[in-house]
Design a protein around this ligand. Structure first.
Ligand code: FES
Length: 316
């Protein structure tokens, strides 16, 4: 497997931000500056469960002393974010990869920022940066209730100086915010939207008549690493001869971790190449975006790929 360079950062603050949402401030243990990030960016974090998760950064990109992330507590999930909330304490060290950005803030004369639920995290970094730059923006933040909305104190402070609309629908489908007034007439405004799928689909549906380049989305939906029709199989680790069972709803990576093996990964969605592993025997069902055709008989991305039929022997 390939190695990735990671930083060990200290949890300087952990607090409940809203119902089911926890805020973490991560700093360098010696107080050094952190690698810079840009508004809309994220950091990959190795959670205590061993799984990597990407979290959007909510603090002002001008800050170099900390990364601030918000984590949704999902008690029924298998690992990542649940272990962040349940197994991490102030003072702990977490391995963090350098920041990336799939949702960068471009140059525009005006901005409409739309956030739903925990989607406020990258949108808040954008609002903070636009405030610093003295640029004009309107932020609409939708949540079910005030208790489920994070950062209300920040949104009502000088840290963000734009037009702010906060809307709670109390779970009533008839009370959802109506964006049509804001989107009916295309303008030079750029729209940035992050939130649950129904919100993003609504904005997508209302902006079909806008220039495509003016509408930007950040999709938080988790990558589907297994499929309903997947079957269980086993992998044999050639160096020790040990056999590990991979359940139908589990990836090879997850099964190896559960069996106590330390494995390196980053994206866990078959796109980065970090978990590349030698395949010595067996037919792999390759689901990654990384391997060239000529590599597929001898390599496998264990974060997403599995067996087409029968067992696999891995060069581990
Ligand atoms: S961890 Fe990125 S491809 Fe597997």
């Amino acid at each position: 497997m390939e190695n990735v360079i990671m930083l060990d950062l200290k949890v300087a603050e952990k607090r409940r931000l809203a119902e089911g949402i926890w805020l973490f401030d991560l700093v360098h243990p010696e107080g050094n500056d952190l690698p810079p990030f840009t508004a809309g960016g994220h950091i990959p974090v190795r959670t205590p469960s061993g799984a990597m998760r990407h979290y959007s950064l909510s603090n002002n990109p001008s800050e170099r002393h900390r990364y601030q992330i918000a984590v949704k507590h999902e008690p029924n999930s298998r690992g990542g974010s649940r272990s962040m909330v349940e197994e991490t304490a102030v003072g702990d060290l977490l391995s963090v990869d350098e920041p990336g950005n799939d949702f960068p803030l471009g140059d525009a004369p005006d901005y409409l920022l739309i956030a739903g639920g925990i989607g406020i995290t990258p949108i808040l970094a954008m609002a903070r940066q636009l405030t610093d730059q003295g640029k004009s923006f309107h932020l609409v933040y939708c949540s079910r209730s005030a208790d489920q909305a994070g950062f209300l104190d920040v949104l009502n402070s000088d840290a963000v100086n734009g037009k702010i609309t906060i809307h709670h629908d109390d779970g009533d489908p008839d009370a959802v915010y109506d964006f049509w007034d804001l989107l009916e007439t295309p303008s030079k405004t750029h729209v940035y939207c992050c939130g649950p799928k129904p919100l993003m689909e609504e904005i997508l549906g209302m902006t079909g008549h806008w220039p495509e380049s003016a509408i930007h989305f950040e999709d938080f939906s988790p990558v589907e690493r297994t499929r309903a029709e997947d079957k269980a199989f086993s992998v044999t680790l050639a160096k020790s001869g040990q056999r590990v069972e991979v359940a139908a709803d589990q990836t090879i990576l997850e099964a190896l971790r559960e069996a106590g093996f330390k494995t390196v990964s980053s994206c866990e969605s078959g796109t980065c190449g970090t978990c590349k592993t030698g395949l010595l025997e067996g037919q792999a069902d390759h689901r990654d975006m990384v391997l060239m055709d000529e590599e597929k008989s001898g390599q496998i991305m264990i974060c997403v790929s599995r067996s087409t039929d029968g067992d696999l022997v891995l060069d581990l």
